[in-house]
Design a protein around this ligand. Sequence first.
Ligand code: 7TS
Length: 418
Amino acid sequence: MSSLSLEQITRQMAVYRADFPILAQMVRPNVPLVYLDNAATTQKPLAVLHAVEEYYTRMNANVHRGVHTFSEKATAAYEAARDAVRDFIGAASSREIIFTRNATEAINLVANAWGLANLRAGDQILVSEMEHHANIVPWQLAAERTGAQIVPIPITDDGHIDQDAYQQLLASGPVRMVALTHVSNVLGTINPIERLIQMAHAAGALVTVDGAQSTPHMPINVRTMDADFFAFSGHKLCAPTGIGVLYGKRALLEAMPPFLGGGSMIDRVTFAKTTYADLPQRFEAGTPNISGAIGLGAAIAYLRNIGLEAIHAHEQALIRHTMAGLAELDGVRMYGPSADQRAGLVAFTVRGVHAHDLSAGLDRAGIAVRAGHHCAMPLHEKFGIAASTRVSFYFYNTLEEADYFVRTVAEVQRFFTR
Ligand code: 7TS
């Protein structure tokens, strides 16, 4: 698909809309849904809905327990989903793939299991100023318990990691962990993650990459980027809610104590001493989200069939078009880098219109966007604003929707400022 022209890709993408019944829904009579809140969560194609239904209809049983036929079927399907995730993100082994509820839980797992075992008073954890709260608060909690210190990595005014400042922070350490997002959910910045990881490793620090906003939209290879830990959520890539992934390098995961205790994660339990299961079961206490994992496997197959490079190219075309349109409106301020350096989302403010009024106005026209601080309060503080409006695309969005969005922003602005 990557050999096609952009125009061909764009035409092809519109065809996939038929796989998403929700995209044909009305917000109210005669007002079709224009869903532009994909950074919050994405819609689910029939292939995913059917995979979940099929699991409950034909093979529902608990995994890794019974020797009965249905438990074996369910276990095989659950483990096939793990293998699909391994291939999708380029991990070396399926043992390095831990199923969690979401990216947030994946990062909490690292901050607790790795953090409490490895952090000491005086150690530093670098956290970039563009992180989502999910990659800030778990580290703060670990720091409170261990005496480690959180140090922010500054960003530039155009929304990039300040690499000189980052280098200085790494050099002055002792830095044990760097918490970095691959793509910012507010600025859209695609961070030069390989280079930032190399810099951390050269200073002896590990890196936890928040892949929540990159994994759905571009090819990912955790081995090429050399991430130590990498977290993402299924629901942002067409899978059901309640399933997420933590990738960790095998040696790191093997050396970590468990996060949650209970069934499935043990080797042998006595009241005197309990020993733990091997990877990945050690980190999957209790009955997992079996149908969610199977849905995630189906979502990955669906996305791979479209092609992650084509998805990225189409979304770049949408964001270029949208930012050019917004730039023509008076009083619109967009945050973050230029369109060619970002993923398919942009947060902006409109002079004279509060972000919540704007999003309510857009909703009246059927357009779903997000307004607020987008769980990135330190970032909004940095830019001196309390709230912004964010439009975020996925492959099923069209240039016509982008045009309609820009036109409606202009109309709402006229309404509030006349
Ligand atoms: N990291 C980033 C960069 C995110 O954008 C989000 C969710 C998360 C982590 C947490 O994901 P979860 O699935 O564990 O909740 N971001 C958003 C958003 O921007 N709007 O709604 C959720």
